[in-house]
Every structure is written in C-alpha cells, then in structure tokens.
Design a binder for this molecule. Structure first.
Ligand code: FES
Length: 160
C-alpha cells in the first residue's frame, strides 16, 4: 500500500483510474507475478472504479498474468522482424528443451514460454523479455545459457 499510495500521489484525486496500469504492475510484482480476481477487486476498491474496469485492462495486456506462471517467463516476440530472424525455431527449441508447450509451466514451476507482440526492440531480433529485461540477438546457444543461469539463480528479473 505504501508504494501504491506513492503512485497515486502523482494523480489528481478524481483521476485515480489513470494509475491503473502501474498499480496493477505493483500488485502483480508483490503477489508471485499474477493477478487473482480478489486482487483485481481490491485494486478496483482502492481506485474507486468498478471491478469490470480492472478486468478489461488486465485481460487485454499480455504483461498481466491471470494465473500462476513459471518463475522465469520467456516472452518471445513473434512479430515480423523477430519471426524473420527465427523466433519460431527458438521457441520450438526452448519448449523442447524444457519439455513444455507454449503457455505451460514446467513441473518444477521454474519456466514458462509465451509468444507476444512486438516489444519495440526490432533491431535486436530475435529477442524476448525475461522479467524487466530484454534478451537480444538470441541463438540456441544463448537460450541454453539463459536456462542454465536461471537454474543457477543468476538471473535478475526486476530492476527495482
Ligand atoms: S518485431 Fe520483435 S521486437 Fe519488434
């Protein structure tokens, strides 16, 4: 609540709804990286808006997770530049290596693979987002190293 109140202090009292996106990020970060219905209802209460107004935003953007996810979410960009540079092969390779399909979590709860739209780093294709950071110019060798670093707890997910 301290962080949420700090965020809300940047908005006029009657425009709290404008803080919805950053508040959802804060809540998600503080709750194992996903948003339950109860959490979204609490956000609606805090912002003084209807729960449906929170649901419609949380279900629209892929950065909000509506179910528990793997600790390390590999979000591969699947838009044109990354596709042309081999994203689909890399996703297949990653899924095969981890023994999961797209959107599934590994049995140990560590990994999940997801396809997302352009992340604005087209010049570094193929790329993915992992936590708050981008992994760029991906190759199978880089994927191997990233997975090993995750398993060794060497990957930092958040920049704050
Ligand atoms: S197409 Fe992949 S980051 Fe833009």
């Amino acid at each position: 609540m301290t962080r949420i109140n700090e965020l809300l202090s940047h908005y006029p009292e009657d425009k709290k709804k404008s803080a919805l996106l950053p508040v959802l990020h804060e809540v998600q970060d503080a709750h194992d990286n996903w948003l339950s219905i109860a959490l979204m209802d609490k956000v609606a209460e805090i912002l003084g808006i209807l729960p449906i107004e929170v649901y419609e935003v949380a279900t629209f953007y892929t950065m909000y997770n509506l179910k528990p996810i793997g600790k390390y979410m590999f979000e591969f960009c699947q838009t044109s530049c990354c596709c042309l540079r081999g994203t689909e092969d890399l996703m297949d390779y990653t899924c095969e290596k981890l023994g999961v399909g797209i959107g599934e979590t590994t049995a140990d709860g560590l990994f999940e693979v997801r396809g997302v739209e352009c992340l604005g780093a087209c010049g570094y294709a193929p790329m993915m987002q992992l936590g708050d950071f981008y992994k760029e110019h991906l190759t199978k060798e880089k994927i191997d190293q990233i997975i090993a670093d995750c398993r060794d707890n060497k990957i930092i997910l958040h920049d704050k």
